[in-house]
Write a protein that binds this ligand. Structure first.
Ligand code: CA
Length: 320
C-alpha cells in the first residue's frame, strides 16, 4: 500500500523488463498476496518464491545480523550506508551471511532518516518512557525495551485503530509522507524527531541463489542495475515528498518535538551496550559489526569536517 516502498519494487520490475527487451518479466505482489510479509526469508530460502523485497531488520529474531543490512539504532545515514554497501565491505559481508539462507541480496531502496513517532502526551524525560506501549518496527524496540518501553510489533495497517483505541500509547512508522497518509496526527499530535533507530532504513532485494545462478549473464546484469536504480529512486522520492508533507502536517496543528539529550544519550549507550553483548555471543554479528563500527567512526570524522560544518552554517543562515 506504500507508493514509496512498494513503488520501488514496481520501478525495479519495469527496469528489468525494459533492459531485457521485454523478455525478463518479474511480477510484483504486495505482502500477503502470495506470501505473508514475515515469511519471505523462508520463502526465498526454500525457493517457493524466486525473489523478495523487504526490510531485513524484521528478521532479527532469526539472527540479529539481519538488522546490520537494514538499520540499527544510531547507525549509518543513507549516504554512509550506500558507501558501506557498494564501496565498503558491507555488501560482500552481508552476502557471506545470506549464503546460508540460499540468498543473494542487493540494496533495494532507502527511506533516509525516519521520524521518532507519534505520541498522545509529551515525552520529556526517561521517566515518561517507563511502561509506554509503543509500536516500533525492527531493532529499535530492543533498545527502547532497555529504557522501560513496552515495544509492540504491529503491521502498518493496524496501527491507527490500535492507537485510537488506546491499545498502544504511541507509534512510529516512517516519516512525514507515509505517516500523513495513515492519519496518526488526528489522534496523537506530538510528533517526535529524530527516529534515532533509523538514521536510514535500507531495504533489500533477495534472490534465491540457485535461481540467480540459472539466469543468463545479461539478465543478472539487468537485475543488478535495476536494484541500484530502485535504491536511488526510493531515496529521491522520500527526499522530495517528506518536506512537502512536513509542511502540511505543521499546518494541520502537529506539534513537532525533539527527543531530549537525556533520552538520546541513554538510548545510544543502551544500543552500543547491546551490540557489544551481541558481538560477544554471535560470531556472524561480530564479523560484520566490527568493521561496520570502524567504518562508522571514519565516516563521523569526515562528515564532521566538511558536510556538517557547511550544513550547520546553512541551517542557521536561511536564505529569505
Ligand atoms: Ca520506522
Amino acid at each position: 500500500s506504500l507508493d514509496t516502498i512498494h513503488g520501488a519494487a514496481d520501478t525495479f520490475a519495469k527496469a528489468v523488463k525494459a533492459m531485457s527487451g521485454g523478455k525478463f518479466e518479474i511480477s510484483v505482489h504486495a505482502a500477503g498476496e502470495i506470501m505473508p510479509a514475515f515469511g519471505v526469508v523462508d520463502g526465498v530460502q526454500q525457493g517457493s518464491v524466486e525473489m523478495a523485497h523487504t526490510a531485513p531488520y524484521y528478521f532479527f529474531g532469526k539472527d540479529e545480523t539481519f538488522a546490520l543490512g537494514c538499520a540499527i539504532p544510531f547507525g549509518l545515514n543513507s549516504r554512509q550506508m550506500t558507501a558501506w554497501m557498494y564501496e565498503g565491505n558491507g555488501l560482500k559481508l552481508m552476502r557471506e551471511f545470506y549464503a546460508k539462507y540460499n540468498i543473494v541480496n542487493f540494496p533495494g531502496g532507502n527511506t533516509g532518516a525516519q521520524m521518532g513517532g507519534w505520541f498522545r502526551k509529551e515525552i520529556k524525560s526517561l521517566n515518561d518512557l517507563k511502561g509506554l506501549k509503543f509500536r516500533i518496527g525492527g531493532f529499535g524496540g530492543k533498545v527502547l525495551e532497555r529504557l522501560g518501553v513496552v515495544p509492540q510489533n504491529i503491521p502498518g495497517g493496524d496501527i491507527y485503530p490500535a492507537l485510537e483505541k488506546g491499545v498502544i500509547d504511541a507509534a512510529e512508522w516512517v516519516g512525514p509522507y507515509d505517516d500523513e497518509k495513515l492519519g496518526f496526527y488526528k489522534i496523537a499530535p506530538y510528533y517526535y524527531y529524530p527516529g534515532w533507530w533509523e538514521a536510514c532504513s535500507m531495504y533489500s532485494m533477495y534472490v534465491n541463489i540457485k535461481e540467480w545462478e540459472k539466469l543468463p549473464k545479461q539478465y543478472q546484469e539487468a537485475l543488478t542495475s535495476a536494484c541500484a536504480e530502485c535504491n536511488i529512486d526510493m531515496m529521491a522520492e522520500y527526499d522530495y515528498k517528506n518536506p512537502i508533507a512536513l509542511q502540511s502536517l505543521i499546518k494541520n496543528g502537529v506539534k513537532l518535538q525533539s527527543y531530549s539529550t537525556e533520552i538520546m544519550k541513554a538510548a545510544s549507550n543502551a544500543a552500543f551496550e547491546m551490540y557489544e553483548e551481541e558481538a560477544a555471543k554471535n560470531p556472524s554479528f561480530k564479523k560484520i559489526y566490527e568493521p561496520w563500527k570502524k567504518f562508522r567512526n571514519d565516516q563521523m570524522l569526515w562528515n564532521k569536517v566538511a558536510e556538517q560544518t557547511l550544513m550547520s552554517f546553512m541551517l542557521t543562515n536561511p536564505v529569505k
